[in-house]
Design a protein around this ligand. Structure first.
Ligand code: HEM
Length: 414
């Protein structure tokens, strides 16, 4: 990899407790910085907006770990970033193979198709918000667990025909395999169990095909297209279910938290000076729900300037959530939440050929969840104002562990 004259290699904190501060330091150090990941794996952390754009578009950069990661043999069993780095699906394909795999999934999530999902998403949001509204005055609830998670989980599991009784266990395992602070044995057990459960889902869907996306993947009969092999089906189910809810959960939770801690912005929204799209885009910029996506690999030496050379075969960690706070891109108060700002540009959904398939769905879910919540519960307040919830212990996903609220204050009449 890099030569021995490298300065001290910083260790990326797997608890992500001060993720933005850590990213700011790395961003200041150079266009890419060699860091140590859990499992003693070294990779280049990329946190500048312009460099992320360049590398995600660069054909000399691949996500295919099988073909393009010479160092794969050094990875320990139960590596905490392995659940994403080794997903056997479109995310980790390169070139033509990637285009084909993406072509099977992407059409379902085009904006015009997603528009048709609105009534269903709205009905789920109405049901969940009504349950919050039915709590006793003064009673607390966690918006992550009571709204954001069940909403996004229901939407993606309905699309893929996941039976009700399998959802909770799958969701809990997916939460676990995204936790970068786990011991390797614990991570290994969770990863193994997740694949057992996904295998059971595949068996169930083979036996019970229906009008859903899993059945489409199993029965694919488009000309020139083979049905997915078992390992790829299971990998694709993991990608879609995990990407479908773990990310959007954080968008909804972070946006709600920002609005509850910025009452002046809520007042502006209610007065029509800003709308939910402004809030959602600003949350994506400030609190991108996906931080690092492990991994990419250099197919050739890549000279980034400023004395930084990514050598052929080196792994790269792109920090999508770091781009939104890059002062080069947002010189005006990059760390401040301001939905009215003109420059809400971000790379929260990625860039280039792997750009998020689910962006229109995520935006729709967030808009419906937030508007329903704040319209139906006008007195919604944080349970413990002034106390910021802990962050998820993950290098991959970014968001608050909980957003504890009082939907109906004790003294209120709502
Ligand atoms: C706020 C919510 C979301 C965020 C922030 C987000 C973020 C991202 C990012 C950053 C990538 C690029 C990964 C890379 O290039 O390494 C990505 C890819 C992807 N996302 Fe999302 N995502 C969200 C919601 C969703 C939803 C709801 C779905 C499912 C319907 C989804 C499915 C995917 C898939 C399948 C890919 C891989 C695309 C490819 O490799 O070609 N995402 N997402």
């Amino acid at each position: 990899m890099s030569d021995s004259s490298e300065p001290v290699c910083p260790f990326l904190d797997p608890t992500a407790a001060a993720m933005h501060a850590e990213a700011a330091e790395l961003r200041a150090q150079g266009p890419a910085v060699l860091v140590e990941l859990p499992g003693s794996i070294k990779a280049w952390s990329v946190t500048r907006h312009s460099v992320i754009q360049a590398l995600t578009l660069d054909p000399r950069v691949s996500r295919d770990f099988r073909r393009h990661w010479p160092g794969i043999g050094e990875v320990p069993d139960g590596w905490v970033l392995g659940s994403v780095a080794f997903q056997d699906s479109l995310v980790n394909r390169y070139g033509e193979e990637h285009r084909q795999a993406r072509g099977r999934i992407a059409p379902t999530f085009l904006p015009r198709r997603v528009k048709l999902m609105r009534p269903q998403v709205q009905a789920t949001a109405d049901r969940l918000v009504a349950a919050l509204g039915a709590l006793e005055p003064g009673e607390q609830a966690d918006l992550r667990g009571a709204l954001a998670r069940p909403l996004t989980m229901t939407v993606i599991c309905d699309l893929f025909g996941v039976p009700e009784e399998m959802r909770e266990a799958l969701g809990a395992l997916i939460d676990q395999v995204l936790d970068s602070s786990l011991e390797e044995e614990v991570a290994f057990a969770a990863q193994t169990e997740l694949y057992v459960r996904l295998g059971e889902l595949a068996v169930y869907k083979r036996a019970n095909p229906a009008a859903d996306l899993t059945s489409d993947l199993l029965l694919s009969d488009r000309p020139g297209e083979q049905p997915l092999a078992e390992h790829e089906l299971v990998g694709t189910l993991f990608t879609m279910i995990a990407a479908g809810f773990e990310t959007a959960v954080n968008l909804i939770a972070s946006a709600a938290l920002e609005m509850l801690t910025h009452p002046e912005q809520l007042a502006r929204l209610r007065a029509g000076a800003i709308d939910w799209t402004d809030v959602i885009e600003e949350t994506l910029r400030l609190e991108g729900p996906v931080m690092y996506v492990p991994l990419r690999y250099a197919l050739e030496d890549i000279d980034l300037g400023e004395g930084v050379l990514i050598a052929k075969g080196d792994p790269i960690m792109v920090g999508f959530a770091a781009a939104g706070r890059d002062p080069q891109e947002h010189p005006d108060r990059p760390d401040e939440f301001d939905p009215a700002r003109a420059d809400k540009g971000h790379l929260a959904f990625g860039h280039g050929p792997h750009f998020c398939v689910g962006a229109p769905l995520a935006r729709l879910e967030a808009e419906i969840a937030l508007s329903t919540l704040f319209e139906q519960l006008p007195e919604l307040a944080l349970a413990e104002p002034g106390q910021w919830p802990a962050r998820l212990p993950s290098l991959i996903v970014n968001g608050p562990e909980s957003v504890d609220v009082v939907p109906r204050p004790r003294t209120g009449t709502a």
